[in-house]
Design a protein around this ligand. Structure first.
Ligand SMILES: *Cc1c(COP(=O)(O)O)cnc(C)c1O
Length: 395
């Protein structure tokens, strides 16, 4: 590590950790767009390849810009090691390949990112790794799902799009009691609002595509945890299987991290104002947001998160037709599935992100036709409200 950051707060770490200044004395972090690195002698090359001398060899293994991003994110999550990946899904895949084997079993929340469900059900199962899906907030259900061969508990909290929470500390105790690893996808909160490792999780996963970038530019991901699990096992998968992060994308994410603290506070503030306003709209049946006192797990949200985050969902009394009317009436908000952007985005989960689920699965997951998800951006809150008001006024 280039600096001793133990005493630094999160915002300082996000700005200062991980940059080893070069002989050029640059102030801003450089990008190293190089696939390989040179050696001064055959002996030096041999020593590097043998692992006797540390040093860059090839950018599938290590790259200085990628390493700066990894060290900075590790410092923010409070982990020893971080491995950056080409996407959030590559991070999840690398964790599963690195830490599980044929015959192992996963207990996962049912309310995880849809593509993660497909990865577990359709692909990992082909290699003898099976998954039992349980209800996000039902701890007894988690425990009942555990089998002798269970090696991993997998959760994402708050969930998408209904913002259901899982108690990370309770799940980590369960994982320890049954000798499993607790893996938390921390995409929605980021380390600014929630630090799963401090609550007992073993591994944190990120889709850097979302809030870490923060402006919807690049796809990438990361895994954070201890030196053995992440620095050796997950890193081994990366350098062998190859879903490594490009230096350019790492640099964009690095710049994103520098403003993450400010942005997450601002997303949370805007989302809180929007959620409160939505609760007062008569066409709306229910608002889902961890920052509302009406949220069934408001107490846990206060305990576990230092802010509510930027995702607000709501159901319209008149179902899908009303939901589409609200979406089709926006003039500014972006109809797109991405989230974690400065630009506010709006989606209809039942027919897009959760469209692959059967009607029964949708009902079980609480994804109704009247449900709309808003990933609240950083525009002026009055403009966001006014844009949603266009459609609400027609209902
Ligand atoms: C987007 C997302 C992912 C997948 O990340 P990609 O970067 O798109 O591969 C995983 N988990 C959550 C919670 C996400 O929102």
């Amino acid at each position: 590590m280039s600096q001793d950051y133990d005493d630094w707060g999160l915002a300082t770490r996000a700005i200062r950790v991980g940059h080893d200044r070069t002989h050029e004395r640059e102030h801003s972090e450089p990008i190293f767009p190089t696939s390989s690195f040179i050696f001064n002698s055959a002996a030096e090359a041999a020593a590097c390849f043998a692992g006797d001398t540390p040093g860059n060899i090839y950018s599938r293994f290590t790259n200085p810009t990628v390493r700066t991003f990894e060290q900075r994110l590790a410092a923010m999550e409070g982990g020893d090691s971080c491995v950056a990946t080409a996407s959030g899904m590559a991070a999840i895949l690398a964790v599963c390949i690195g830490l599980l084997k044929s015959g192992d079993h996963i207990v996962s929340s049912r309310s995880i990112f849809g593509t993660t469900t497909v990865l577990f059900e359709k692909y990992l199962s082909r290699f003898g790794i099976t998954t039992t899906f349980v209800s996000q907030a039902d701890i007894d259900g988690w425990e009942k799902g555990i089998r002798p061969n269970t090696r991993m508990l997998f959760v994402e909290t708050p969930s998408n799009p209904l913002t259901e929470l899982a108690d990370i500390e309770v799940l980590s105790n369960l994982a320890k009691a049954y000798d499993c690893l607790l893996v938390v996808d921390n995409c929605f909160c980021t380390p600014v609002l929630q630090q799963p490792l401090a609550l007992g999780a073993d591994i944190v996963i990120h889709s850097a595509t979302k809030y870490l970038d923060g402006q919807g530019r690049c796809v990438g991901g990361a895994v954070v945890g201890d030196a053995k699990l992440v620095g050796e096992e997950v890193y081994g998968v990366l350098r062998t299987a190859g879903p490594s992060l490009s230096p350019f994308n790492a640099w964009v994410f690095l710049k994103g991290l520098e403003t993450l603290d400010l942005r997450m506070q601002a997303h949370s503030r805007n989302a809180t104002l929007l959620a409160k306003w939505l609760e007062d709209q008569q066409a709306i049946e229910r608002v889902y947001f961890p920052g509302l006192e009406s949220h069934p797990q408001y107490g846990l949200a206060i305990k576990q998160q230092s802010g509510p985050g930027g995702i607000v969902s709501f159901t319209l009394k008149d179902g899908q037709e009303a939901a589409w009317k609200v979406m089709d009436s926006v003039k500014m908000l972006s109809i797109t599935a991405n989230l974690g952007d400065t630009k506010t985005t709006i989606t209809h989960p039942a027919t897009t992100t959760h469209g692959r689920l059967s009607p029964e699965q949708q009902q079980q997951a609480g994804i109704s036709g009247g449900l709309v998800r808003v990933a609240v951006g950083l525009e002026n809150i009055e403009d966001i409200k006014a844009d949603l008001a266009h459609g609400l006024a027609l209902l």
